[in-house]
Design a protein around this ligand. Structure first.
Ligand code: GDP
Length: 522
């Protein structure tokens, strides 16, 4: 098969959701479709016991789990599916965001009983700014949830995206009777389990369905669908592919009900790998030359050896075992045959990979997040990965002032690796580090001690709202401990506002100061 045919078979996506919305359950159901597991509920024992963030072995264990499952791939119909895990819960971090730079589409799960929750919103924002197509699965219809129209309205308002319901629920909770499949023009009957009876619309005329049709739930839903057909938005695949309209599916990941229809529709609409921007123009995914970029580095998977694995998204050409590639940043040639490659459903070496695939390569401490690997004769770099605004900030100092050399080296390397973001206050006097999730600080502290022999003291500044300042003509007297002026590692000025209130108050007082929200520019 040609490179073009191979890459067109790829569907590489991530599932985003707030904890407990049903990501694991849905993922497992998809793995059942892919014959990777026999029944849902067998992959992650993650619900067993709370995970102690201070205990590194626990972190390892947790990360071990998320590593083996961080890329799941399987053939489905004539397609090749790659699902990238977005670490959530306690290990929510910048990796979660960066994973979204490596996918071609996203499935967003919303819990029908709760609507949009904080984490979904954050991840959604990142998808939106990158123009990634988003497919929505509204889950837990077997429970008493919110009205469907209410949920759609919330998505449109809070997330600022058009919705198009692909199906429409009839009742919910104990009175959940099924869904109208608007595309397939059929009613799918729910019977309290995974059995799905498909009834074409014309067959609904038969007397055996009279009872169903006379129920309040059915009649309400029928009116609602008629309303949608008449007054709702038109479905537009162009808008979907631009990330401006999201097809919405209702169902239950647990039953599972509506999941197969959802997945079949999703894979038929979700795009294959797209061309990607580089410093030297756009690279087509079927370009014969191999190229890709590193979006995640997983350190210390094996504490005995300082193993690191770099996750590379293939963007063009064909990867074959033993391929010699060039690291664009340094120009050095690297033979990937010396590396352990794996696609994480199994740790086997992989023989070949195409655009859309993710390969894990052994990292002898030479890669950085965002690095481009490509063929020796080519010269370009993929767009830098965006910097995601940290939410939690801490002041870091060395416990032992005599060891400031190790301290600085450690910080510098961990910052380069993307494990943590560094902010300077008053140049050198003290460091402020920022991260998206609390776990990143535990990992940072542990690695400083064990890899750089530097014990650190972390003093919390709490959650802050960061805003970047566009130039350096700054009136420093406007800022204090509450609204702290710092510099990021590129030297840009950043104000760490105490909270939204402090930010808004400052805006009122100083309308002349331009403040940039990274979320809005990335
Ligand atoms: P995650 O945190 O997003 O991975 O969520 P899980 O998949 O672990 O699901 C969280 C809880 O919701 C679990 O107890 C699931 O059994 C339950 N759950 C998931 N999907 C459904 C559903 O469709 N209906 C009901 N009633 N419960 C569900």
């Amino acid at each position: 098969m040609s490179i073009k045919e191979e890459m067109q078979k790829r569907r590489t996506f991530a599932i985003i959701s707030h904890p407990d919305a049903g990501k694991t359950t849905l993922t497992e159901t998809l793995l059942v479709f892919g014959n990777l597991i026999r029944s849902a509920g067998t992959v992650k024992g993650k619900k067993s016991g709370k995970f102690a963030t201070s205990d590194w072995m626990e972190i390892e264990k947790q990360r071990g789990i998320s590593v083996t499952s961080s890329v799941m791939n399987f053939p489905y119909k004539d397609l090749q599916i790659n699902i990238l895990d977005t670490p959530g819960h306690e290990d929510f971090s910048e990796d979660t965001y960066r994973t979204l730079t490596a996918v071609d589409s996203v499935v967003m799960i919303i819990d029908a009983t709760k609507g949009i929750e904080a984490q979904t919103k954050k991840l959604f924002k990142v998808c939106r700014m990158r123009g990634i197509p988003i497919f929505t699965f509204i889950n837990k219809l077997d429970r008493e949830g919110r009205e469907p129209f209410d949920l759609l309205e919330e998505i449109e308002e809070v997330l600022d995206i058009e919705t198009y319901p692909m199906n429409w629920p009839v009742g919910m909770g104990k009175r959940f009777l099924g869904i109208f499949d608007r595309q397939g023009k059929q009613f799918v009957q729910y019977q309290g389990n995974e059995d799905e009876t498909f009834i074409p619309y014309e067959d609904l005329e038969k007397p055996e369905f009279d009872e169903l049709k006379s129920s309040d739930e059915y009649q309400t839903a029928e009116e609602e669908v008629a309303l949608l057909d008449e007054a709702g938005d038109q479905f537009s695949i162009e808008s979907v592919l631009k990330g401006e309209q999201t097809p919405v599916f209702f169902g239950s990941a647990l039953a599972p009900f509506g999941v197969k229809t959802f997945f079949d529709t999703f894979v038929s609409m979700a795009p294959p790998p797209a061309p990607r921007k580089t410093t030297d123009g756009v690279v087509q995914p079927d370009n014969p030359d191999f190229s890709g970029f590193i979006f995640k580095i997983q350190a210390n998977m094996n504490p005995q050896h300082r193993d690191r694995v770099a996750f590379l998204r293939v963007c063009s050409g064909k990867f074959e075992r033993g391929l010699s590639v060039k690291l664009a940043r340094t120009g050095k040639t690297i033979n990937l045959s010396q590396s352990q490659q794996f696609v994480a459903s199994s740790r086997d070496n992989i023989e070949e990979a195409y655009a859309g695939d993710i390969i894990g390569i052994y990292d002898p401490n030479i890669y950085r997040i965002g690095d481009t690997l490509l063929e020796a004769k080519d010269q370009f770099e993929y767009d830098e990965l965006p910097q995601f605004p940290p939410e939690i900030y801490k002041r870091v100092t060395a416990k032992n002032v005599m060891k400031s050399k190790q301290f600085k080296k450690g910080i510098e390397q961990l910052v380069q690796e993307g494990a943590i973001q560094l902010f300077n206050k008053n140049k050198g006097e003290s460091y402020i580090i920022g991260a998206v999730g609390e776990l990143q600080f535990d990992v940072f502290k542990y690695r400083m001690k064990n890899e750089y022999n530097s014990e650190v003291i972390l003093e919390t500044l709490g959650e802050r709202v960061p805003r970047w300042l566009p130039d350096d003509k700054i009136n420093k007297s406007l800022f204090d401990e509450r609204n702290m002026l710092v510099q990021d590692r590129e030297g840009n000025y950043v104000v760490l506002f105490k909270n939204d209130f402090a930010l808004n108050w400052f805006k009122d007082q100083h309308p002349e100061v331009e403040l940039i929200d990274l979320y809005e520019v990335n």
